[in-house]
Design a protein around this ligand. Structure first.
Ligand SMILES: N[C@@H](CCC(=O)N[C@@H](CS)C(=O)NCC(=O)O)C(=O)O
Length: 202
């Protein structure tokens, strides 16, 4: 088993943090995404979406998509439970993780992808959309600050995959000048707590 990784990209970091929380060690193979090795025909045989992370199992099965990879490890090693503990909790964690993907991670990623040279020739870019998504991300952070006024973590009183998605997204915001504002005290309190967990360094 191994994971095709990029040590600088946000989605592989979600998986690394998830595994660190569970204390699972998997060998990583660095993929040179700057030189578009992930876009080669060889890599596309592992993931036709040409993206990292990809988990390759010993039988050759390739599992892409960060959340799918995390779910695989949650199944084979349930503790600590990062996708919720019972039916209601699992639904709430799913809801919050999807909200963190749609309202935070995607706008923050687009603020970079839609304007940066890294993606020139890789995707169709609309720089005006980059700015629109930067503003959408800022609005989402303001909303998240108000949500975190009444609970410790994104999905409730326990650390879950939703916290991982939100923290990784917000940290990636720095490349697009998206950051927690000084007056967003609840968001800053939450970020301080999740960023100080040893897994955040993974
Ligand atoms: N939805 C995918 C997104 C994967 C993705 O966008 N990976 C980025 C790194 S964060 C990538 O491989 N970028 C290189 C490229 O697009 O050429 C996931 O959750 O894993």
């Amino acid at each position: 088993m191994k994971i095709y990784n990029s040590s600088t990209a946000p989605n592989p970091r979600r998986v690394r943090i998830f595994l660190a929380e569970k204390g699972i060690q998997v060998p990583y193979e660095e993929v040179d995404i700057v030189n578009a090795v992930n876009r080669s025909a060889e890599f596309r045989r592992k993931n036709p979406m040409a993206a990292v992370p990809v988990l390759e199992l010993d039988d050759g099965t390739c599992i892409a998509e960060s959340v799918a990879i995390c779910r695989y490890f949650e199944e084979i090693q349930p503790e600590p439970r990062l996708f919720g503990i019972d039916a209601k909790d699992r639904a709430l964690v799913e809801m919050w993780n999807r909200r963190m993907e749609f309202a935070v991670l995607i706008p923050i990623a687009d603020a970079f992808r839609q304007r940066h040279d890294f993606f020139k020739g890789r995707i169709r870019q609309v720089p005006e959309y980059a700015e629109a998504q930067r503003l959408n991300a800022e609005e989402s952070l303001q909303w998240l600050d108000s949500e975190l006024a009444s609970r410790r973590f994104i999905a409730g009183d326990r650390f879950t995959i939703a916290d991982i998605t939100a923290m990784v997204a917000i940290d990636f915001g720095r490349v697009s000048k998206i950051a927690i504002k000084p007056e967003q005290k609840h968001l800053a309190r939450w970020h301080g707590e999740v960023a100080s967990r040893p897994s955040a360094k993974a």
